[in-house]
Ligand binder design. Structure first.
Ligand code: FES
Length: 61
């Protein structure tokens, strides 16, 4: 699934950036070598970051 239409970032690339340590949407863009354009994807990316944080905290329990 394409997450960021402007930069053609799919779920896998965003997920890899998050697994690589991105803590916010801007860091995801940077790790993917792109810049935010329209910003419509930011909410989706923030949601993916939140899911990742929740998964990590569950794994730590
Ligand atoms: S959809 Fe990601 S910057 Fe426009």
């Amino acid at each position: 699934m394409i997450v960021c239409v402007c930069n053609r970032l799919n779920e896998q690339r965003v997920g890899a950036a998050i697994c690589g340590g991105a803590q916010c949407a801007d860091e995801v863009y940077a790790r993917c070598g792109v810049r935010k354009n329209c910003g419509r994807c930011q909410e989706t990316i923030e949601g993916m970051l939140e899911q990742s944080r929740e998964a990590l905290s569950l794994a730590a329990e």
